[in-house]
Design a protein around this ligand. Structure first.
Ligand SMILES: *Cc1c(COP(=O)(O)O)cnc(C)c1O
Length: 440
């Protein structure tokens, strides 16, 4: 079970000194868990269709090269949205034929590189289509090319992550006056446009709404193909966005549940006439990451107990700035990394090290009363947390370690990213040129 493996790994991380006085924060990734999620995703779609499916991991969810490599070995490609993400996918050895480029702000140089490599591109808007027109004329390309549309079906519970609202910045807004006809025309004018893409949003989107968005895109593909008199659109890219349960160890909703909902809501999607691309991010990684931090001090303020730890806004930025949308579970361990038992739970704040009042991982959370030297674990942080360091207070990036826990209790770690040292902080902050501003 995942929580047993986690307890084993926390104890071993303390034993093996990954977490120490000098390295008071460390991030752990459960390799077996990541493999299991990748296998579950592939099995979920294989169970409902024989159509070819490219599962492309949304690199932004965990932009670490060994993670991309692990997923690639498990049969998962990469969805990238910047030159940096593309470079990470290539460094991981991902075949360009299994990469999809989706950014809303691609430069001419990025487009040229993608087309030269044969990477699939989803254009975001008419101006980008015009750039593609020129590039496609200049040189032949193997890149499958598509267009992102926004079905404008509405948002979920988190505004910042809802990409299918009436005024979202992504793709062509399909319900705007005349837009649908313009999209059909764009395909008729461009025989090389063979894909349609949508991604309706992420955490907080109801599954039924995701399915509705995909139904809209399927119907648009049918309309385009009828107008073209041939199967011009041959692949539908249905995005990612499966939400994650941050409230318990249960992995729900599952990929299988989502695939079944899609099979009920858009059965034609799976009848073999269309190839499919998916772009899941959070749902592949979140449950398999844990941030560990040592408790440095404990105190009370206004009678409330507070544990001051070393993990806060730098590793849990969303939780700190928007705790209502992004609550995290916290597990308490003692200084040896054993689950902390004993005593009734006490409501307490789990604070980070940064110098602003809101730097809290949890507020008034019932936990065994924490003491200096204890270890707190922020759970379900494998996506959009420790890999998304926020450089407030010049706090260093923690080390990231993948682990395999064996039945006999042995835990082996692999360093995904070593801890950052303060020398690197100084170098990145212009430390090599202290005098440059001393000019008249
Ligand atoms: C962020 C993003 C994804 C992944 O979203 P998750 O919620 O992490 O699954 C997929 N596709 C696009 C275009 C995105 O912007």
């Amino acid at each position: 079970m995942a929580s047993d493996r986690r307890d084993q790994a926390v104890r071993a991380a303390v034993d093996q000194n990954l977490l120490s006085e000098t390295e008071p924060v460390a991030a752990l990734l459960d390799i077996a868990g990541v493999r299991a999620s990748a296998a579950a995703l592939r099995a979920a779609f294989a169970a409902v269709t024989d159509a070819p499916v490219l599962h492309a991991f949304a690199v932004k969810a965990c932009p670490l090269v060994p993670v991309l490599r692990l997923l690639y070995e498990a049969g998962i490609g990469a969805e990238v949205a910047s030159p940096g993400e593309l470079a990470l996918a290539r460094a991981a050895g991902v075949d360009p034929a299994r990469i999809v480029l989706d950014s809303p702000a691609k430069t001419p140089g990025e487009l040229r590189e993608a087309l030269a490599l044969g990477i699939a591109v989803n254009a975001d808007n008419p101006q980008e289509l015009a750039r593609l027109d020129a590039l496609v004329q200049q040189a032949p390309t193997r890149s499958p090319l598509g267009l992102r549309v926004n079905p404008q079906i509405g948002g979920g519970t988190i505004d910042a992550l809802s990409t299918a609202t009436a005024t979202s910045k992504f793709g062509i807004a399909l319900r705007d006056e005349g837009a649908r006809a313009r999209v059909v025309r764009a395909y008729l004018d461009r025989p090389w446009l063979t894909r349609l893409h949508t991604h309706s949003g992420s955490q907080g989107m109801p599954l039924a709404l995701l399915v509705t968005g995909i139904r809209e895109v399927y119907e648009l593909a049918e309309e385009i193909n009828a107008a073209a008199g041939r199967r011009q659109v041959d692949t539908l890219d249905i995005g990612g966005g499966l939400p994650v349960n941050f409230a318990s160890d249960e992995e729900t909703p599952t990929f299988a549940q989502y695939a079944r909902l899609l099979a009920d809501g858009v059965p034609e999607l799976f009848d073999g006439r269309y190839g499919l691309v998916t772009e899941f991010g959070r749902s592949l990684l979140a449950k398999h990451g844990t941030v560990l931090a040592r408790v440095e001090y404990t105190k009370t303020s206004g009678a409330r107990p507070i544990a001051v730890t070393h993990a806060g806004v730098q590793v849990a930025t969303r939780t700190v700035y928007d705790p209502v949308s992004w609550p995290l579970r916290i597990a308490a361990y003692d200084a040896k990394g054993q689950p902390k038992a004993g005593g009734p739970a006490v409501d307490q704040d789990v604070a980070g090290p940064a110098c602003f009042a809101g730097d809290l991982l949890a507020v008034n959370r019932p936990l065994p009363l924490l003491e200096p030297g204890d270890v707190v674990a922020a759970l379900d942080t494998g996506a959009y947390y420790f890999a998304h360091h926020y450089a407030y207070n010049s706090l260093t990036r923690p080390g990231v370690y993948g682990f395999v826990a064996r039945d006999d209790g042995e835990v082996r770690f692999a360093t995904v990213r070593p801890p950052q040292g303060v020398a690197e902080i100084v170098a990145e902050a212009g430390g090599g040129r202290p005098d440059v501003l001393l000019m008249e």
